[in-house]
Design a binder for this molecule. Structure first.
Ligand SMILES: Cc1ncc(COP(=O)(O)O)c(C=O)c1O
Length: 396
């Protein structure tokens, strides 16, 4: 006998992957330049120059056995010290190296964090729309994902609905700001209110309700006034799941970290649980070369100017064509209301114009679609007439 649940997961391809595969096949038929693939969140801007430069420096400077050898399970101590110092310079939250755990990206950061805190039957609350893998990660930790709708206009948390979702089994709330797929950023007022709510329910239930912040898009915000509050400065029992996949355009290299709030209750035990969860999942010693690399590029970010240009072009053109869009303050996705009730049918019709995007249903939000604008500005300009034609078809 094999694990049926694992088998099902392995057999079922995500909708995003399906569309991605369709795009490849269609490109072979009619030419890549004629297919407008907005399906996948793969960064389109290159990693900053420091990445390749420092890789060469590290390879030249470090003895091979050391460079390619195991680091500590939780990550190299000097790398964690560099990252902790950087976090403190930016957020002044008292981070220490022994509260950081290096991981293979945000996916592993989330899987480990959930495993560290959840018991069988616990509930983890998140807001729709949400990253499709959250359900898989929560269930892997024995928990159930409880989904709460966001405000349908702003895509900010709906606190009334949130309070109704809490039960004695609630172990954590999982937030993602800037958000995939809505691009919404939670401001200070929202985080303060979330912290207050979590405190209230922790006291009511007599157990800690954790706040997990999934932050692969932290650096991808486009306007000066948009600030992404650091949750640890608002709520003690919090864990930040960070990744360099989007910040440094390194999704294939698999590198990120977990940061445990120094003020968390029983913080030493919580960190030990993170280390134990990493151990039980086999996520120990993240890739050494990339640990050393991110320490050297700790304050660098890929050039996000292209994403801002893409956001502005798409947002103004689509709004002018009659689409209802949520203005994304961050990440590189535009969430757009489908022009018919069934987002799948809308996506099928868009294919006639060679436009490929992802139905919001998979993100827990029916009737919307996600457009990933991490593509070239030229592709966006060439795709605009197709967007216009598609909208016209619905006005007929
Ligand atoms: C919201 C969100 N969380 C987590 C991840 C996983 O990130 P990583 O590639 O660092 O594992 C992604 C990837 O797209 C994401 O969009």
């Amino acid at each position: 006998m094999i694990n049926e649940k694992a088998m099902e997961l392995g057999k079922k391809r995500s909708v995003i992957r399906e569309i991605f595969e369709y795009a490849k096949a269609r490109s072979a038929e009619i030419g890549k330049e004629n297919v407008f693939d907005f399906s996948i969140g793969n960064p389109s801007v290159p990693a900053p120059d420091c990445v390749n430069e420092e890789i060469k420096n590290i390879v030249n400077e470090m003895p091979s056995v050391l460079l390619h050898g195991y680091t500590s399970a939780q990550g190299d101590a000097s790398v964690r010290k560099t990252i902790a110092d950087y976090i403190n310079r930016r957020f002044d939250c008292g981070m220490t190296p022994d509260l950081l755990y290096m991981t293979v990206g945000a996916a592993a950061s989330l899987t480990i964090s959930l495993k560290a805190i959840c018991l069988e039957g616990d509930e983890v609350v998140t807001f729709a729309p949400y990253f499709t893998e959250y359900k898989v990660f929560a269930e892997n930790a024995g928990a159930k994902l409880v989904v709460v709708d966001s405000d349908p206009v702003s895509f900010q948390p709906d606190f009334e609905k949130l309070e109704k979702a809490f039960t004695e089994k609630t172990k954590a709330i999982l937030i993602n700001s800037p958000n995939n797929p809505s691009g919404a950023v939670y401001g200070e007022e929202t985080i303060v209110r979330l912290a207050k709510t979590l405190k209230k329910y922790s006291e009511k239930f007599g157990h800690t309700v954790y706040l997990i912040a999934d932050e692969p898009y932290r650096e991808l915000v486009y306007d000066k006034e948009t600030v992404v509050p650091y949750v640890m400065n608002y709520y003690d029992d919090s864990i930040v799941c960070y990744s360099y996949s989007k910040a440094l355009s390194l999704p294939g290299e698999r590198i990120g970290y977990i940061a445990v709030c120094p003020k968390a209750d029983r913080v030493g035990d919580l960190y030990a649980a993170v280390c134990g969860a990493g151990r039980s999942l086999g996520f120990v010693c993240a890739p050494a070369l990339f640990q050393y690399l991110v320490a050297r590029c700790v304050d660098k970010t890929a050039d996000i100017g292209v994403y801002k240009e893409n956001r502005d072009t798409l947002l103004s053109a689509l709004t002018a064509y009659g689409y209802r869009c949520v203005k994304p303050d961050g990440a590189f996705y535009l969430f757009v209301q489908a022009m018919e009730e069934d987002a799948y049918a809308f996506c099928e019709r868009a294919k006639k114009y060679e436009l490929l995007f992802v139905p919001g249903d998979d993100f827990g939000c029916k009737g919307w679609v996600r457009i990933a604008y991490c593509v070239s500005p030229d592709m966006i300009r060439r795709a605009l007439p197709s967007f216009e034609e598609l909208a016209k078809e619905y006005r007929k």
